[in-house]
Design a protein around this ligand. Sequence first.
Ligand SMILES: [Zn+2]
Length: 507
Amino acid sequence: MVGLLTEYETVIGLEVHVQLQTQSKMFCSCRSDYQAAEANTRVCPVCLGLPGTLPVINRKAVEYTIMTGLALNCRIPGYCKFDRKNYPYPDLMKGYQITQFDMPLAVEGYLELESLVGEGDEAKRRIGITRVHLEEDVAKLQHHLSNSDDTYSLVDVNRSGVPLMEIVSEPDMRSAEEAREYLTTLHAILQYLGVSTANMQDGSFRCDANISIRPKGCEEFGTRSEVKNMNSFRSVYQAIQFEVDRQHQVIESGGRVVQETRGWIEERSVTVSQRSKEQAHDYRYFPEPDLPPLNIDGAWVEELRGFLPELPPHRRERFVSQYSVSDYDARLLTSSKDMADYFENTLERKRQSGTIPAPNLEAFAKSVSNWILGDISRLMNLENGDVASLRFSPDHLFELIGLVEDGSISVTMAKTVLEDAFASGDSPVKIVKEKGYTQISDSASVKTVVAEAIAANPKAVADFMNGKDTATRYLVGQVMKITKGQAKPELVNQLVLESLAELKEKP
Ligand SMILES: [Zn+2]
C-alpha cells in the first residue's frame, strides 16, 4: 500500500543570535569581552539592572547591524525603536530585556545559497531574511547539580548587556542540508564583515530552528516545533533530521504535532519537550521609555555600505578571473575568510619575491590551492584546528612550493616536510637542511640504482618484455624505495624506460 502514503515536505526557518564584537556593551561602557574576564568583573549599575540607571545606545552595534543587513540584501527603514520584553528569569537582571519588537533595524532581505552541486543559476537558492534586529544578551547561569542537598546555581553577569544581533529567516529551507548550508554561508559572511567572532563553541553564534512538515503541494504550514541548544553545525543538522523523523512518526501513527519548544540533547542525539504553547510567556512588549527611537539617515546607510568588505561571492569570482583557479576550488577557498586570506597572502609573498614573471602566477596559484585544499586541510582536520591557529604560515607554504619548483625536493618529500613543519612549527627550508632531505637528480647516480633494480627483479623485466606496462611502474617504485624517495621521479621514469628499451634491443 506504499502508493497511498502521503509524501511530506520539510519546512525550516532559522533564528540566529550573534554576539557583536564591539569594545563596550550594548547600553553601558563595560567592556564586552566578557569571556576573557573573571566572573562578575565586567559589571556596572546599568548592566546589573539597578534602579535609577539609564541605558545609552552603542553606536558601533547599530552600525554593525546595519552593515549585516546590507550584506544580507535587506532594506534599512528610516526609523526604528527599542522595546522591552518582560519575563522573569534569574539570568535577566532587570526583569526585562531590551530588544526590537516591531520596528527592527533591517528587513526584507535574502541570502543566496550556492550549492556545491550543480552549476550557475540552477545551483542558486534564495532564502528570505525576515529581519535583523539588535538586543542585549543576558547573564550566564551555571548550574551545579548533585544528588545531595548542595545543588545550587551561580550567576555570572559579565555577559549581561553584551550586544546581540538576531537574524531571522523566512521558513524557506526544505532540508537539513539546506539549513546547514544557510548557516555556514551566513557564518562566513559575518566573519568577512568582522562584526563577530561567530564562534559556535563559545556561544557567539547560536541557532534556533523552527521545524514543521506538511503534505507535499500543501500551501498551509504544519504545526512547528522550535528546537534549541545546538552548538555546532553538526548538531543543528542532526537535530533537524531527528525532529523531521519524529514529526513523521507522530503523524503517521495518527497523532498530531503540538506546538512546543524542544531542546537538543547532544549526548543522546534526541530532542526533548521543554515548554508547550500553553506555557508560553506573554512578554507584554512595550516601547522602551528610556531610549529614543532612532532615525536612520540614508546618507549614513550609504556611508556604511561603502565600508562593506569584499564578500564571498565576489571574492570567489575574482579568484576565478584573476588566478584562473576552478570555480569549485574558488568556492572552497572563499568559504572561510581566513582560508581565502591564507591563499592570497601566499600569492602576495610570491609577488614580493619577484622570482617569477606575472603570467606564471597562475601555475603557482594552482599549486597553492592544491596544497591548501589537499594536505594542509587534511592535517588541519586531524588536529581539529582551523586556519587562524595554523603554525604553518603562508611564508612556509611559499618556501615549500619553492623547494619543489627548484628541484630541491620531490612532491613526495614535500609532503613529509609539511607534516614535519606542522608538528614542529619550523620552516620547510630549516627542516630540509637539518634532516638532509635532498633530491638525487644527477643521472649517473640514478642510473646505477636503476641497473641495480633491474638486476634484482628479473620477473618484472620479463613481464615488460611480454608487453606488461605495469612492470615499468613497479621498477620505478623499487628505485624510489632504494633511494628512500630522494631520486627525482621524472628522471627515474625516464632512465627506467631507457634501460628497458636497451634490454629489448639486445638479442
Ligand atoms: Zn555595565
